[in-house]
Ligand binder design. Structure first.
Ligand code: FES
Ligand SMILES: [Fe+2]
Length: 447
């Protein structure tokens, strides 16, 4: 018997103007198991950047859902992705986060594998009295079913029966292009990964990245500091911070930004920001306009918070951050974050990018702790049973239109739905994009 009924979890009735999500999605352990299997282990997830393993025999490790993986560049310079588990008794083969090694030796009984995942040695095999059947078995590391790259972004799937990576990313590719095109040399992660956990469901982070509504009420201290810096007229001197006003630009038509949803659960929340020295990319502003046209260049400077469902987010506002979401339990989530940057920017631009980054992001910044505390407080409220439906997905519903708008047209973006907003609309209807993708992945196991 199927344990859950989908319409009791996601109440999606566009004709009635209703989109609601049940609190059970954030707290139920059985549902969490199902979403690990069918969302995280059942389709494409982001695993890293190709520049994290750049030279032959470089590798980095991670997880697809609950399954440990290793991404390794072999001696022929090809990137591969394997399950990071020894075929002997399942021990995780490589424990380091990254490194360079031609051989990996299992810490338990010493089986050895090369950087192409091939088994090179079974300790004392000759004297092991193995059967012919054992000798005939494949002792290599298991390759993940699907592995692909788009502009240096690496994705993998444990399930072979998925659309091509190109189809999965769809229109989100154009948004990755905006980032990748900032430098002819591509992107890199600034050294210094941050890893932290919060005691709440992974979907709190999924939503927050695209949540414009919370900004002024959750981050008043950050906003006040920006205002104070601007009033002290130190900004140009120390060049240490964007101004509060940079977040709330409006076009002559009163548009401050908007939202877009794409197939497969990818979502964009964007805001008008000027092409100004408050952005670390300013040194290349003219070059970018020449290479890609003014419209694309201007979009590169807009605030853009992109989610590639289900586990990757790129926030480009005060600085540029890559986030990877790893659910650990219904009420526990691990976040890995990096400053992501165009390669070979000037030392001054890189310094500025990092200073901005420190201001806003990470548990030591002025914004992230505000958010994670709210996630944890929200998780407490997920225990409510009386009124199971959350009311956080209706704002903007009547402003949401099918397809794109003139801002999307500027860069040939074709969203499934979009909203154009003034400073206070703060659309929440875009979250339906996440839950419709979630429901599609879970449909097989939900009644
Ligand atoms: S578990 Fe790896 S060699 Fe035994
Ligand atoms: Fe926030």
């Amino acid at each position: 018997m199927k344990p859950f009924i989908l319409r009791d979890l996601v109440d999606d009735r566009p004709m009635d103007g209703v989109f609601r999500v049940n609190r059970a999605l954030f707290r139920d352990p059985a549902l969490f198991e199902l979403e690990m299997k069918h969302v995280f282990e059942g389709g494409w997830v982001f695993v890293g950047l190709s520049t994290q393993a750049e030279r032959p025999h470089d590798y980095f490790t991670g997880f697809i859902g609950r399954v440990p993986i290793i991404v390794s560049r072999n001696g022929d310079n090809t990137l591969q992705c394997f399950v990071n588990a020894c075929p002997h008794k399942g021990v995780r083969l490589v424990r380091k986060l990254c490194g360079n090694a031609r051989r990996h030796t299992c810490p338990y009984h010493g089986w050895t594998f090369d950087s192409a995942g091939a088994n090179r040695n079974i300790k004392w095999q000759k004297s092991g009295c193995y059967s012919e059947a054992f000798d005939a078995e494949n002792h290599d590391l298991a390759a993940v079913a699907r592995f692909g790259e788009y502009r240096g972004f690496l994705f993998a799937s444990l399930n072979a029966d998925v659309p091509s990576l190109e189809d999965h990313l769809g229109e989100a590719r154009k948004l990755l292009d905006l980032l990748a095109d900032k430098s002819p040399d591509g992107l890199e992660l600034v050294p210094g990964r941050v890893c932290f956990t919060y005691e709440a469901n992974w979907k709190m982070q999924l939503e927050n990245c695209a949540d414009q509504y919370h900004f002024t009420s959750t981050h008043p201290s950050y906003i006040r500091i920006l205002e104070q810096r601007a009033s002290e007229e130190t900004r140009e001197v120390v060049r240490s911070s964007i101004g509060a006003a940079d977040f709330w630009q409006e076009t002559a038509q009163g548009v401050s930004g908007g939202t877009m949803t794409f197939d497969h659960g990818h979502v964009l929340n964007w805001g008008v920001m000027p092409v100004s020295s408050a952005n670390a990319d300013f040194e290349r502003a003219e070059q970018l306009a020449r290479a890609f046209g003014e419209a694309r260049r201007n979009w590169m400077f807009n605030m853009r918070n992109l989610t590639v469902f289900p586990n990757m987010q790129i926030a480009e506002n005060a600085s540029s951050q890559l986030r990877v979401i790893r659910p650990l339990a219904p009420d526990l989530t691990e976040m890995q974050t990096w400053c992501i940057a165009p390669r070979n920017e000037s030392a001054e631009a890189r310094t500025f990018r990092i200073r901005q980054y420190e201001d806003f992001f990470n548990p030591t910044g002025m914004a992230t702790p505000d958010d994670t505390v709210c996630y944890e407080e929200a998780q407490l409220g997920m225990a409510e049973q009386e009124r199971p439906w959350l009311q956080g997905h209706a704002r903007g519903l009547m402003a949401s239109v099918e397809g794109g708008n003139s801002y999307a047209d500027m860069i040939d973006l074709k969203p499934v739905r979009s909203v154009v907003a003034d400073a206070q609309l703060c659309d929440e209807s875009l979250f339906a994009g996440y839950y419709r993708a979630w429901a599609t992945r879970m449909a097989e196991v939900l009644a």
